[in-house]
Write a protein that binds this ligand. Structure first.
Ligand SMILES: [Zn+2]
Length: 206
C-alpha cells in the first residue's frame, strides 16, 4: 500500500505516485472512517465482557486478528467505543487507515493482529533488504520497499496452480496457506482492468 519517502530521521511524506497499489485503485481506503460517537449514546453494553477491566479488554482485542476485531467493533456502539479507545487502533486509523481497510478488502485480515500491524507500521526498514520500506505487503503484514515489492519472489504471490506446480504441494495443503483475494481494478500503467477476484497465495509460506 502507498508510496512513502523518508525525508529525515522522523519525517515521512506520501509520494504522489501512481504506483498501481491497492490504495491507488480505491482512494477511499485512505480515508479515516472513525465515527465520532457520544459515549452516552451507547444503549447496549458488552454483556459478560463488561466484567473485565478496560486494560484487559484492550490486550485481548489487540491479540485478535484484524477481521475478528472489526467484527467485534461492529457489534454495537459500546464495542466501537472500546475498540476505538485502543491507542494502537487509533494511531493506525489516523495515519494508515488503508492498512486496515485494505486487508479487509483483500480478505487477509485474518492473517495478523492489530498489535502486529501496529508494530510493523512503527518500524521503518524493508523486511526484504533493510532499506526504507514505504509499502505494506498485506498477506502477511510485512514492510517492504518498492524494489523488493516488485522484484523479490517472496512478495510475488502465486496462483493455486503455480503453488502446486512449483512446490509439489497437494491441493489440500493450499487451505493452510496465507492468501489474498484480489480486488477488481486497474493495476498497471496500461490500465487493463482486472475484473475477476483471483486467489493468490503467499510465496514464502508455500
Ligand atoms: Zn527492500
Amino acid at each position: 500500500l502507498s508510496g512513502i519517502r523518508l525525508i529525515s530521521d522522523s519525517t515521512y511524506v506520501f509520494l504522489n505516485l501512481a504506483d498501481n497499489t491497492l490504495d491507488d485503485v480505491d482512494v477511499s481506503l485512505r480515508l479515516d472512517k472513525q465515527l465520532k460517537l457520544d459515549p452516552r449514546s451507547a444503549r447496549y453494553g458488552l454483556g459478560a465482557l463488561k466484567k473485565l477491566p478496560l486494560e484487559i479488554l484492550h490486550l485481548i482485542l489487540l491479540a485478535l486478528d484484524i477481521q475478528s476485531m472489526t467484527e467485534f467493533r461492529r457489534v454495537n456502539k459500546k464495542a466501537r467505543l472500546v475498540t476505538g479507545s485502543i491507542p494502537q487502533d487509533r494511531r493506525i486509523l489516523a495515519h494508515a487507515p488503508a492498512a486496515i481497510h485494505g486487508s479487509l478488502h483483500l480478505e487477509t485480515a485474518r492473517n495478523f493482529s492489530c498489535q502486529a500491524l501496529s508494530e510493523t507500521l512503527s518500524t521503518a526498514e524493508c523486511d526484504g533488504c533493510g532499506d526504507f520500506g514505504g509499502y505494506l505487503y498485506l498477506i502477511t503484514c510485512r514492510r517492504v520497499c518498492f524494489l523488493s515489492l516488485g522484484e523479490k519472489t517472496d512478495y510475488l504471490p502465486l496462483s493455486g496452480k503455480d503453488v502446486i506446480r512449483k512446490f509439489g504441494l497437494d491441493p489440500i495443503h493450499l487451505a493452510r496457506l496465507p492468501r489474498l483475494k484480489s480486488f477488481p481494478g486497474r493495476y498497471s500503467p496500461r490500465g487493463i482492468k482486472c475484473r475477476r477476484r483471483e486467489t493468490l497465495f503467499d510465496h514464502c509460506s508455500a
